[in-house]
Design a protein around this ligand. Structure first.
Ligand code: G3P
Length: 218
């Protein structure tokens, strides 16, 4: 499974990229607002930090205005892909961008039918929001299972399932077990994915024992 990071915080992106575990970046208007920086400045900097796709989201709600924004964003860097909301205008824009060879990430997906429509519109990625479904008392991961199964029934579908709204490490594990293509993970959850008390205890013991090896520090 590929890992994207879900943030517009360039320090966090730099940190994850340096470890070599990053395949791409997703942003959204809320994350950009949280950065406190200008949209273009943030996206251009992120695109320099990672080679993989960087999602930049449109804020227009009409197709032509979405396309104007999308073409502008796509001109900023080769690895910008366009995030579009899963509404009819967004899928119309998705179809056009797909024909123009511009990558897309269809976002705010909350049902299998929506994911099927996104695939039909030629989306590069579809982003089901599992954490927000969990928040409503649903089982967000059931949606991933359904979409993965439905897509598998149609081998001509090339749209990748990008699991979004991830809240904890178990979400990532379950997404991988279901065969999702990508998880976009917030920085705090990436940190937690590394952590295991037995790793820390084991390392501490190895280093302590190493001190007793004759000539180890020569
Ligand atoms: O980037 C979209 C998605 O990951 C948002 O997550 O935590 O705001 O539901 P969240």
């Amino acid at each position: 499974m590929k890992f994207f990071i879900d943030t517009a915080d360039t320090d966090e992106i730099r940190k994850a990229a340096a470890i070599g575990v990053l395949d791409g970046v997703t942003t959204n208007p809320s994350l950009i607002a949280k950065s406190g920086r200008k949209f273009k400045d943030v996206i251009v900097e992120i695109c320099e930090l990672v080679d993989g796709p960087v999602s930049a989201e449109v804020t227009a709600v009409e197709t032509e205005a979405m396309l104007d924004e999308a073409r502008e964003y796509a001109s900023w860097a080769d690895n910008v892909i366009i995030k579009l909301p899963l509404i009819p205008a967004g899928l119309r824009a998705c179809n056009t961008l797909s024909e123009e060879g511009i990558g897309t990430n269809v976002t705010l997906c909350f049902s299998t039918n929506q994911a099927l429509l996104a695939a039909r519109a030629g989306a590069t990625y579809v982003s089901p929001f599992i954490g927000r479904l969990d928040d409503l008392g649903h089982e967000g991961m059931d949606l991933i299972a359904e979409i993965v199964t439905a897509y598998e029934n149609y081998p001509n579908i090339e749209t990748e399932v990008l699991v979004a709204s991830i809240r904890h490490p178990r979400h990532v594990t379950e997404a991988a077990l279901l065969g999702a293509d990508v998880s976009t993970v917030p920085p705090a959850v990436i940190d937690k994915m590394f952590k295991h008390p037995m790793t820390d205890i084991g390392l501490e013991k190895f280093l302590a024992d190493w001190e007793n090896v004759p000539g180890a520090d020569d």
